[in-house]
Ligand binder design. Sequence first.
Ligand code: ADP
Length: 164
Amino acid sequence: MTSSEKKCVVYPGSFDPLTYGHVDLVERALEVFDEVIVAVARNFDKRSLFTFEERVEMLGEVLGEMEGVTIDDFDCLTVEYAKQKGAVAIVRGLRAVADFEYELQMALTNRKLSPEIETIFLMPSESYSFLSSTLVKEIASYGGDLSSFVPPPVERRLREKCKR
Ligand code: ADP
């Protein structure tokens, strides 16, 4: 790669919903890469609170104006998607030891599938190292204060969801 080529990374996830922890990671990834594609994985075998369309919309509302950030979704293997997009790596977050085993398993599997795509791990600020989408949904279900965990557009949507 020549130095003039832009380095692009894919940040895949469920983002159900986006939290300040995810935002922190995007900001850190932008320090290292020219372009960060934040992409909602549609093929997760997970029950989600928000539809994938809603999750993509929230990403747009919060990160859409950030220079160097693109929002997308995908429905294939993450490494295949990364290659389609011309990305050199996948970025994932490591909060605590609990994340490590799953993330290592996935990174090594992805390396087997596609050795040219590296997985890069970034650590969030300490203040977000306990934060997860699951925790946020639990707080929302009991009507707790969400303002220090999620950006305002996400908080609004969580409140609406929990009213129903
Ligand atoms: P997935 O279902 O792919 O784990 P998530 O949206 O839960 O989707 O997480 C996407 C990525 O973001 C994962 O690598 C996860 O470790 C990371 N992540 C989630 N919350 C945080 C946080 N608070 N700080 C740093 N990384 C985080």
